[in-house]
Write a protein that binds this ligand. Sequence first.
Ligand SMILES: NC(=O)c1ccc[n+]([C@@H]2O[C@H](COP(=O)([O-])OP(=O)(O)OC[C@H]3O[C@@H](n4cnc5c(N)ncnc54)[C@H](O)[C@@H]3O)[C@@H](O)[C@H]2O)c1
Length: 250
Amino acid sequence: MNFAGKVAAVTGGGSGIGLALAEKLAALGCRVAVGDVHADRLPEVRRRIPGALAMALDVADPAQVSEFAERTVAEFGAVHVVCANAGIIGPLGERLWEVPDAGWRRVIDVNLLGVVSTLRAFVPRLLANPPGHVGITASMAAVTTSATMPAYYATKHALLSIADSLQLQFARDGHDVGVSVLLPAQVTTRLGESLSDVDAPGNPRGISPAEVADRFVTAVRDRRLHVFTHPGSSALATARMAQVTGETTP
Ligand SMILES: NC(=O)c1ccc[n+]([C@@H]2O[C@H](COP(=O)([O-])OP(=O)(O)OC[C@H]3O[C@@H](n4cnc5c(N)ncnc54)[C@H](O)[C@@H]3O)[C@@H](O)[C@H]2O)c1
Protein backbone atom coordinates (compact mmCIF):
# COMPACT_ATOMS: atom_id res chain seq x y z
CA MET A 1 0.00 0.00 0.00
CA ASN A 2 1.11 3.52 -0.77
CA PHE A 3 0.25 5.41 2.42
CA ALA A 4 0.38 8.90 0.92
CA GLY A 5 -3.07 10.47 0.86
CA LYS A 6 -4.67 7.58 2.76
CA VAL A 7 -6.64 7.91 6.00
CA ALA A 8 -5.75 5.94 9.13
CA ALA A 9 -7.57 5.60 12.46
CA VAL A 10 -5.86 4.42 15.64
CA THR A 11 -7.52 3.46 18.94
CA GLY A 12 -5.49 4.00 22.09
CA GLY A 13 -3.39 6.47 20.13
CA GLY A 14 -2.73 8.82 23.04
CA SER A 15 0.37 6.96 24.19
CA GLY A 16 2.86 4.21 23.48
CA ILE A 17 2.43 1.95 20.48
CA GLY A 18 -0.77 3.67 19.30
CA LEU A 19 0.84 7.11 19.31
CA ALA A 20 3.87 5.72 17.45
CA LEU A 21 1.59 4.09 14.87
CA ALA A 22 -0.27 7.37 14.37
CA GLU A 23 2.96 9.37 14.06
CA LYS A 24 4.50 6.88 11.64
CA LEU A 25 1.43 6.74 9.44
CA ALA A 26 1.22 10.56 9.45
CA ALA A 27 4.90 10.78 8.52
CA LEU A 28 4.16 8.55 5.52
CA GLY A 29 1.45 10.92 4.33
CA CYS A 30 -1.70 9.56 5.96
CA ARG A 31 -4.29 11.79 7.49
CA VAL A 32 -4.81 10.41 10.96
CA ALA A 33 -7.64 10.02 13.46
CA VAL A 34 -6.77 9.10 17.03
CA GLY A 35 -9.11 8.00 19.79
CA ASP A 36 -8.11 7.57 23.41
CA VAL A 37 -9.88 7.19 26.73
CA HIS A 38 -7.38 9.59 28.35
CA ALA A 39 -8.70 12.87 26.91
CA ASP A 40 -5.87 14.76 28.62
CA ARG A 41 -3.43 13.12 26.17
CA LEU A 42 -5.20 14.46 23.08
CA PRO A 43 -3.70 17.99 22.97
CA GLU A 44 -0.23 16.41 22.82
CA VAL A 45 -1.41 14.19 19.95
CA ARG A 46 -2.63 17.27 18.06
CA ARG A 47 0.67 19.03 18.76
CA ARG A 48 2.75 16.09 17.52
CA ILE A 49 0.53 15.33 14.51
CA PRO A 50 -0.73 18.60 12.99
CA GLY A 51 -4.09 18.12 11.30
CA ALA A 52 -4.92 14.98 13.28
CA LEU A 53 -8.45 14.37 14.45
CA ALA A 54 -8.02 13.48 18.13
CA MET A 55 -11.09 12.58 20.14
CA ALA A 56 -12.04 11.04 23.44
CA LEU A 57 -12.96 7.40 22.97
CA ASP A 58 -13.66 4.47 25.24
CA VAL A 59 -13.49 1.40 23.01
CA ALA A 60 -15.54 -0.50 25.59
CA ASP A 61 -18.56 1.57 24.48
CA PRO A 62 -19.67 0.47 20.99
CA ALA A 63 -21.58 3.73 20.46
CA GLN A 64 -18.39 5.74 20.98
CA VAL A 65 -16.47 3.50 18.57
CA SER A 66 -19.19 3.96 15.98
CA GLU A 67 -19.01 7.73 16.45
CA PHE A 68 -15.21 7.61 16.10
CA ALA A 69 -15.59 5.89 12.71
CA GLU A 70 -18.31 8.32 11.60
CA ARG A 71 -16.26 11.37 12.56
CA THR A 72 -13.14 9.99 10.87
CA VAL A 73 -14.99 9.63 7.56
CA ALA A 74 -16.81 12.95 8.01
CA GLU A 75 -13.48 14.70 8.58
CA PHE A 76 -11.34 12.99 5.93
CA GLY A 77 -13.85 11.55 3.43
CA ALA A 78 -12.83 7.89 3.78
CA VAL A 79 -10.75 5.50 5.88
CA HIS A 80 -8.23 2.95 4.58
CA VAL A 81 -6.26 1.76 7.62
CA VAL A 82 -7.55 1.01 11.11
CA CYS A 83 -5.36 0.06 14.05
CA ALA A 84 -7.34 -1.63 16.83
CA ASN A 85 -4.68 -1.00 19.42
CA ALA A 86 -6.23 0.11 22.72
CA GLY A 87 -5.55 -2.30 25.55
CA ILE A 88 -5.10 -2.60 29.31
CA ILE A 89 -3.42 -5.15 31.54
CA GLY A 90 -6.31 -5.70 33.92
CA PRO A 91 -6.22 -7.92 37.01
CA LEU A 92 -2.72 -9.02 37.95
CA GLY A 93 -1.33 -11.66 40.23
CA GLU A 94 -4.60 -13.01 41.52
CA ARG A 95 -5.63 -16.63 41.24
CA LEU A 96 -7.82 -16.57 38.19
CA TRP A 97 -10.75 -18.18 39.98
CA GLU A 98 -10.61 -15.36 42.54
CA VAL A 99 -10.57 -12.49 40.02
CA PRO A 100 -13.85 -10.66 40.54
CA ASP A 101 -16.31 -10.50 37.71
CA ALA A 102 -15.71 -6.78 37.25
CA GLY A 103 -11.99 -7.38 36.64
CA TRP A 104 -12.68 -9.94 33.93
CA ARG A 105 -15.37 -7.77 32.35
CA ARG A 106 -13.28 -4.60 32.03
CA VAL A 107 -10.32 -6.33 30.39
CA ILE A 108 -12.61 -8.31 28.07
CA ASP A 109 -14.66 -5.18 27.27
CA VAL A 110 -11.54 -3.19 26.34
CA ASN A 111 -9.10 -5.74 24.90
CA LEU A 112 -11.53 -8.08 23.16
CA LEU A 113 -14.93 -6.48 22.62
CA GLY A 114 -13.26 -3.11 22.01
CA VAL A 115 -11.50 -4.67 19.03
CA VAL A 116 -14.72 -6.34 17.88
CA SER A 117 -16.53 -2.98 18.03
CA THR A 118 -13.69 -1.35 16.13
CA LEU A 119 -13.97 -3.97 13.39
CA ARG A 120 -17.75 -3.62 13.27
CA ALA A 121 -17.48 0.15 12.86
CA PHE A 122 -14.54 0.33 10.47
CA VAL A 123 -14.43 -2.79 8.29
CA PRO A 124 -17.49 -1.87 6.17
CA ARG A 125 -15.87 1.52 5.56
CA LEU A 126 -12.54 -0.09 4.58
CA LEU A 127 -14.34 -2.44 2.20
CA ALA A 128 -15.93 0.61 0.56
CA ASN A 129 -12.51 2.07 -0.33
CA PRO A 130 -9.99 -0.69 -1.09
CA PRO A 131 -7.15 -1.34 -0.78
CA GLY A 132 -7.25 -1.26 2.99
CA HIS A 133 -5.62 -2.75 6.04
CA VAL A 134 -6.62 -3.79 9.56
CA GLY A 135 -4.01 -3.76 12.31
CA ILE A 136 -4.70 -5.48 15.62
CA THR A 137 -2.31 -5.02 18.52
CA ALA A 138 -2.24 -8.36 20.32
CA SER A 139 0.95 -9.34 22.15
CA MET A 140 3.32 -12.23 22.72
CA ALA A 141 0.64 -13.00 25.33
CA ALA A 142 -1.32 -14.38 22.36
CA VAL A 143 1.13 -17.24 21.84
CA THR A 144 2.70 -17.80 25.28
CA THR A 145 1.44 -18.48 28.81
CA SER A 146 1.49 -16.71 32.18
CA ALA A 147 0.49 -17.44 35.75
CA THR A 148 0.24 -13.76 36.64
CA MET A 149 -2.00 -12.12 34.01
CA PRO A 150 -4.62 -14.72 33.07
CA ALA A 151 -7.29 -12.31 31.87
CA TYR A 152 -4.85 -10.29 29.74
CA TYR A 153 -3.43 -13.46 28.18
CA ALA A 154 -6.90 -14.83 27.48
CA THR A 155 -7.93 -11.68 25.61
CA LYS A 156 -4.73 -11.57 23.59
CA HIS A 157 -5.14 -15.24 22.60
CA ALA A 158 -8.62 -14.29 21.38
CA LEU A 159 -7.23 -11.44 19.27
CA LEU A 160 -4.90 -13.79 17.41
CA SER A 161 -7.86 -15.97 16.55
CA ILE A 162 -9.95 -12.98 15.47
CA ALA A 163 -7.17 -11.71 13.20
CA ASP A 164 -6.81 -15.13 11.58
CA SER A 165 -10.58 -15.44 11.06
CA LEU A 166 -10.78 -11.93 9.62
CA GLN A 167 -8.02 -12.62 7.13
CA LEU A 168 -9.65 -15.91 6.08
CA GLN A 169 -12.95 -14.13 5.52
CA PHE A 170 -11.38 -11.31 3.47
CA ALA A 171 -9.57 -13.90 1.31
CA ARG A 172 -12.68 -16.05 0.92
CA ASP A 173 -14.80 -13.06 -0.11
CA GLY A 174 -12.14 -11.56 -2.39
CA HIS A 175 -11.66 -8.30 -0.48
CA ASP A 176 -8.52 -6.29 -1.11
CA VAL A 177 -8.00 -5.62 2.61
CA GLY A 178 -5.06 -7.01 4.56
CA VAL A 179 -4.77 -7.94 8.23
CA SER A 180 -1.74 -7.71 10.50
CA VAL A 181 -1.72 -8.79 14.12
CA LEU A 182 1.14 -7.35 16.16
CA LEU A 183 2.75 -9.75 18.64
CA PRO A 184 5.16 -7.58 20.64
CA ALA A 185 7.06 -8.62 23.72
CA GLN A 186 8.13 -5.76 26.01
CA VAL A 187 7.78 -2.24 24.64
CA THR A 188 8.65 0.94 26.56
CA THR A 189 5.18 2.42 27.09
CA ARG A 190 2.80 3.49 29.85
CA LEU A 191 0.95 0.15 29.81
CA GLY A 192 1.89 -0.54 33.44
CA GLU A 193 -0.24 2.44 34.43
CA SER A 194 -3.33 0.57 33.21
CA LEU A 195 -3.02 -1.94 36.03
CA SER A 196 -6.17 -1.68 38.03
CA ASP A 197 -4.93 -3.09 41.29
CA VAL A 198 -1.26 -2.25 41.79
CA ASP A 199 0.84 0.87 41.67
CA ALA A 200 3.11 0.08 38.74
CA PRO A 201 5.95 2.25 37.46
CA GLY A 202 5.21 1.98 33.74
CA ASN A 203 7.25 -0.29 31.52
CA PRO A 204 10.85 0.87 31.35
CA ARG A 205 12.34 -2.11 29.45
CA GLY A 206 11.95 -3.32 25.90
CA ILE A 207 12.04 -1.91 22.39
CA SER A 208 10.63 1.49 21.49
CA PRO A 209 7.06 2.00 20.25
CA ALA A 210 8.56 3.51 17.08
CA GLU A 211 10.24 0.18 16.30
CA VAL A 212 6.87 -1.57 16.59
CA ALA A 213 5.33 1.02 14.26
CA ASP A 214 8.10 0.38 11.72
CA ARG A 215 7.34 -3.34 11.84
CA PHE A 216 3.67 -2.60 11.28
CA VAL A 217 4.30 -0.49 8.19
CA THR A 218 6.54 -3.19 6.72
CA ALA A 219 3.88 -5.80 7.46
CA VAL A 220 1.21 -3.73 5.71
CA ARG A 221 3.42 -3.39 2.62
CA ASP A 222 4.18 -7.14 2.68
CA ARG A 223 0.59 -8.08 3.54
CA ARG A 224 2.01 -10.05 6.47
CA LEU A 225 -0.54 -11.44 8.95
CA HIS A 226 1.53 -12.43 12.00
CA VAL A 227 4.01 -9.78 13.06
CA PHE A 228 6.67 -10.60 15.63
CA THR A 229 8.68 -7.62 16.80
CA HIS A 230 11.38 -9.06 19.06
CA PRO A 231 14.24 -11.48 18.47
CA GLY A 232 13.40 -14.93 19.84
CA SER A 233 9.61 -14.47 19.62
CA SER A 234 9.19 -17.03 16.90
CA ALA A 235 11.08 -19.65 18.96
CA LEU A 236 8.84 -18.95 21.98
CA ALA A 237 5.73 -19.47 19.86
CA THR A 238 7.16 -22.69 18.45
CA ALA A 239 7.97 -23.91 21.97
CA ARG A 240 4.40 -23.21 23.09
CA MET A 241 3.01 -25.21 20.19
CA ALA A 242 5.36 -28.08 21.05
CA GLN A 243 3.78 -28.09 24.52
CA VAL A 244 0.30 -28.08 23.02
CA THR A 245 1.09 -30.98 20.72
CA GLY A 246 2.68 -32.92 23.58
CA GLU A 247 6.20 -32.91 22.17
CA THR A 248 7.45 -31.18 25.32
CA THR A 249 6.04 -30.69 28.82
CA PRO A 250 5.44 -27.22 30.33
N1 LIG B 1 3.96 -2.26 26.21
C1 LIG B 1 4.14 -3.55 25.97
O1 LIG B 1 5.13 -4.15 26.44
C2 LIG B 1 3.15 -4.29 25.10
C3 LIG B 1 3.51 -5.56 24.66
C4 LIG B 1 2.60 -6.26 23.86
C5 LIG B 1 1.39 -5.70 23.53
N2 LIG B 1 1.07 -4.47 23.98
C6 LIG B 1 -0.24 -3.93 23.60
O2 LIG B 1 -0.07 -2.71 22.94
C7 LIG B 1 -1.29 -1.96 23.02
C8 LIG B 1 -0.95 -0.53 23.37
O3 LIG B 1 -0.42 -0.49 24.68
P1 LIG B 1 0.87 0.35 25.05
O4 LIG B 1 1.90 -0.60 25.52
O5 LIG B 1 1.20 1.32 24.00
O6 LIG B 1 0.33 1.07 26.38
P2 LIG B 1 0.00 2.59 26.73
O7 LIG B 1 -0.75 2.50 28.02
O8 LIG B 1 1.21 3.44 26.67
O9 LIG B 1 -1.01 3.04 25.57
C9 LIG B 1 -2.30 2.53 25.48
C10 LIG B 1 -3.26 3.66 25.23
O10 LIG B 1 -4.57 3.08 25.13
C11 LIG B 1 -5.47 3.91 25.84
N3 LIG B 1 -6.62 3.15 26.29
C12 LIG B 1 -6.71 2.30 27.35
N4 LIG B 1 -7.97 1.87 27.48
C13 LIG B 1 -8.69 2.44 26.48
C14 LIG B 1 -10.04 2.40 26.11
N5 LIG B 1 -10.93 1.69 26.82
N6 LIG B 1 -10.44 3.08 25.01
C15 LIG B 1 -9.56 3.83 24.31
N7 LIG B 1 -8.25 3.96 24.65
C16 LIG B 1 -7.83 3.25 25.71
C17 LIG B 1 -4.66 4.45 26.99
O11 LIG B 1 -5.24 5.64 27.50
C18 LIG B 1 -3.30 4.68 26.37
O12 LIG B 1 -3.15 5.99 25.89
C19 LIG B 1 -2.16 -2.68 24.05
O13 LIG B 1 -3.15 -3.41 23.38
C20 LIG B 1 -1.18 -3.61 24.74
O14 LIG B 1 -1.82 -4.76 25.25
C21 LIG B 1 1.92 -3.75 24.75
